[in-house]
Write a protein that binds this ligand. Structure first.
Ligand SMILES: *Cc1c(COP(=O)(O)O)cnc(C)c1O
Length: 382
């Protein structure tokens, strides 16, 4: 049996789906750096720097800010396993696929879910949070900041955090898709714990889940009456490996090269500057939106101010088969866009401009390719 090397088998595809996004060459370089020991002094220095840069990107001073070993979902599992005790009640905003997964996860860890169910493509209003939390005592509220299945951008984060705290609960946030592409102000907004992933706007390959927990969340963890139900994600143990100046106690072998890659991805973002990065995402999103709308695609999220800059969920014009066109984009034009998820399967596309994929020249090329497969002339200027 002759099997070719992977490098000889993969096409040069531009990534414009819901993740992974295009990875910069220097991040791939970092990934292929020489593997060293997970307790090597050089690695410990890289760990410290990675934590420092993660805090900058999360806009937090939280000591407990680390990359969890695993994709974005492992960040969700780490938060739920550590911060939800059996019998806890958690209010979950469900306005797309990912809110649904969080609810499922909480139930599996013995929590009781109080669902705040919304129409897909919309976001939650502070009043709705207040109403839910007043109806039943909850220990936490969980929401998705950037719903990748619908393209909805949650607003009023600080107001919601205040309401959650007034009700004696903690505020937990999924910012997998937003981190590194739009503001995520963990401290200023009052988020108690959040998780993200590397392959969306951080433009690092999939494989790590940055998380951050403040003192309020850590206290809830320390006061648990039952042990954390997951050995692998038990932060009371993982903490001892990630704390500077402490014993660096072995828990599991850190994915050394993935952390090198994350280090470089974060370094690039901070070198460009967070504000500049967010502005680039906004500008390219506006150009893509104008182009898509002129080609007759309609946004799932009706209110323009509630649309994400890094993920555009759009319905195709009548008479177009989304799966077929998406396949043509991949085979003929070497570009990947995502299909609809959940309620929107077979009806919509999810077009991503995440991180390194959000570049002016890439947006123009993408619009040209989409125009070609749709065989339509734009109405108005593109
Ligand atoms: C991608 C995504 C996840 C899951 O991340 P994986 O890396 O696929 O495990 C969770 N939440 C949101 C909002 C996402 O977009």
């Amino acid at each position: 049996m002759e099997i070719k090397r992977v490098n000889e088998q993969i096409a040069k595809v531009r990534l414009h789906g819901p993740g992974p996004s295009d990875v910069p060459a220097s991040v791939l370089d970092a990934l292929s750096a020489r593997t060293i020991g997970h307790l090597d002094p050089d690695f410990l220095r890289v760990m410290d720097q990675t934590q420092e840069m993660l805090r900058a990107v999360f806009q937090t001073k939280n000591r407990m800010t680390i990359p969890v070993s695993g994709t974005g979902s492992s960040g969700m599992e780490a938060l739920v396993a550590n911060l939800v005790e059996p019998g806890d009640r958690v209010a979950v905003v469900r306005n797309g696929v990912f809110g649904g997964r969080i609810a499922d996860e909480i139930a599996r860890f013995g929590g009781e879910v109080l669902e705040i169910s919304l129409e897909w493509g919309t976001t939650v209003e502070p009043e709705q949070v207040k109403k839910a939390l007043s109806s039943k005592k909850c220990q936490a509220l969980f929401l998705v900041h950037a719903e990748t299945s619908t393209g909805a951008h949650q607003q009023h984060m600080k107001e919601i955090a205040d309401i959650v705290h007034e009700h004696g609960a903690i505020f937990l946030v999924d910012c997998v898709t937003s981190l590194g592409g739009a503001e995520v102000k963990v401290d200023e907004w009052g988020i108690d714990a959040a998780y993200s992933g590397t392959q969306k706007c951080l433009s690092v390959p999939p494989g790590l889940a940055p998380i951050t927990l403040n003192e309020r969340a850590m206290e809830k963890l320390r006061k648990r009456e039952t042990p954390v139900q997951s050995w692998y994600f038990d932060l009371t143990m993982i903490e001892q490996y990630w704390t500077e100046g402490v014993s660096r106690k072995y828990h599991h072998t850190a994915p050394v090269n993935m952390i090198f890659a994350l280090h470089e991805g974060l370094r690039l973002i901070l070198e460009e500057g967070l504000e500049a990065v967010f502005e680039r995402h906004r500008k390219n999103a506006a150009a893509l939106q104008a182009g898509l709308e002129s080609l007759g695609l309609r946004y799932v999220v009706e209110k323009p101010e509630h649309r994400l800059p890094m993920l555009h969920a759009v319905f195709l014009p009548e008479g177009h088969e989304e799966g077929k066109l998406r396949k043509r984009l991949r085979t003929e034009f070497k570009v990947e866009v995502g299909g609809g998820l959940g309620e929107f399967a077979g009806k919509a596309w999810r077009v991503g401009l995440m991180g390194h994929s959000s570049r002016e020249e890439k947006v123009q090329a993408l619009l040209r390719d989409i125009q070609s497969v749709l065989c339509v002339r734009p109405v108005g200027p593109v």
